[in-house]
Design a protein. Structure first.
Length: 428
């Protein structure tokens, strides 16, 4: 029977879990794929670190880059992480030396995916990255294979478990952002430095990859990105009263042969399926023809769900299938036009904390009217003790540039006590 020799580079929680899984399930994987997976080598930054796995002396590589040169290595699993440095060197060298690569590295694929794809195609090897987007949610293989008959029109959803946990916990536990973030770190749902999760960059990297797969386009950086750092408990409470939930969503849409990519906190109706997805779960919603709307949800991170995705990719290679990394050849991928949001129409939630005095509300509504933004609903909550008032406005659909201009003009007024908030609404 055929054998495939594997090198696992990076032995953190995920690498160690994968090592253990491959050893314990070697027989069943061999039967299902008609090929024997053998872990030939491993390499990690810290050889002395305690791990709950048994590694033989002759399996260790002191220099991780040796894995790209050793002849009896067929497949390299990259679990180092990061778009630059060792991960970049490893994957570029591996593909150039005709080694198959499986990676969970969204940052690397989002930045260098187009270049890496061309090298993989030239050398007739696989570059697989199912684990780079939404952990155990099999969205990439679904787009490449299961939904191949479909013209995808839109993809959106919850792509980051950390931000979803924080917003859900603020809602359910009635706590503020900082309290919930601290608890998320203790529970292991947030990293010690969760910046990319909180500022939207993690979702943006995943969305770039999904956009390219959905629309057969090259990776493109033209994307509107906002995170959740400015969401306060007041906004969560207001959303609830208005019949909404706040979620950090990624959207990619094809409209009139133009692609719009955006990541931002969004008010969505309480009765929608996405509004009910709480905690660290991820969910991806695909709109296509002829399938209609499909939703795939599951665990978005962690050793077990990520290993599930890695094994899916490894199994594809064990079966001997040479595939284009982005579903079609680089020569066939399109240079589509990517647009910014300025002329897109959105309803929005705006919140202003103002000094409670006559004429303030009248002035705000005049500014809205002057900037072509129509008010659908207005709620005023005065606080007589603080001589202040919270004004919440829900708008009719207006161009994004007009909404932002209105916010800028009002924010400069001397009656404004704190930075105003703008959160787009998704009514679909």
């Amino acid at each position: 029977m055929r054998k495939i020799n594997i090198a696992i580079i990076g032995l953190g929680n995920i690498g160690s879990y994968l090592f253990k899984y491959l050893n314990e399930n070697k027989r069943i994987l061999t039967e299902k794929n008609n090929c024997i997976p053998i872990i030939k080598y491993v390499s990690a930054k810290n050889k002395k670190r305690k791990r709950n796995i048994s590694i033989k002396k002759n399996q260790w590589l002191d220099n991780y880059l040796d894995s790209t040169k050793i002849k009896d290595i067929d497949l390299i699993v990259e679990l180092i992480g990061g778009a630059e440095g060792p991960a970049k060197k490893l994957v570029f060298n591996a593909l150039r030396n005709k080694k198959h690569v499986v990676t969970a590295n969204k940052a690397l694929i989002a930045k260098y995916g187009d270049q890496l794809t061309r090298i993989a195609e030239k050398n007739k090897v696989n570059l697989e990255f199912e684990a780079s987007v939404c952990g155990g949610v099999p969205i990439i293989r679904s787009l490449k294979e299961s939904l191949i008959a479909n013209k995808i029109l839109k993809i959106h959803g919850i792509f980051n478990g950390t931000s979803n946990y924080i917003l859900s916990a603020m809602d359910k536990q009635g706590k503020n952002f900082d309290e919930v973030l601290l608890n998320a770190k203790k529970l292991g749902y947030a990293e010690s430095n969760p910046t990319s999760d909180l500022n939207g960059d993690d979702v943006a990297a995943k969305l770039k990859i999904l956009t390219s797969l959905c629309f057969n386009s090259f990776l493109n950086n033209n994307m509107h990105v906002e995170g959740i750092k400015d969401i306060e408990k007041t906004d969560i409470d207001n959303a609830n009263k208005l019949g909404y939930k706040i979620k950090l969503l990624g959207f990619s849409e094809l409209l009139n042969n133009k692609i719009y990519q955006r990541v931002h906190p969004t008010l969505i109706k309480k009765n929608t399926h996405v509004a009910s997805i709480d905690g660290v779960l991820n969910a991806v919603i695909i709109d296509g023809k002829p399938v209609g709307q499909s939703t795939i949800q599951g665990e978005g991170a962690g050793p077990a769900p990520t290993t599930s995705a890695l094994i899916s990719d490894i199994s594809s290679i064990l079966r001997g299938n040479i595939k284009f990394p982005f579903s079609i050849s680089s020569k066939e991928r399109k240079k589509l036009k990517f647009e910014n949001l300025s002329d897109r129409l959105f309803s929005a939630y705006l919140r202003f904390e103002v000094v409670d005095r006559p004429g303030v509300l009248s002035n705000i509504t005049k500014i809205f009217s002057k900037n072509k933004v129509s008010i659908k609903r207005l709620v005023q909550n005065p606080d007589k003790n603080k001589k202040s008032s919270s004004i919440v406005i829900i708008t009719h659909k207006s161009k994004d540039k007009y909404l932002n201009k209105t916010l800028r003009v009002v924010s400069k007024k001397n009656y404004i006590k704190r930075n105003p908030k703008l959160i787009r609404i998704d009514d679909n």
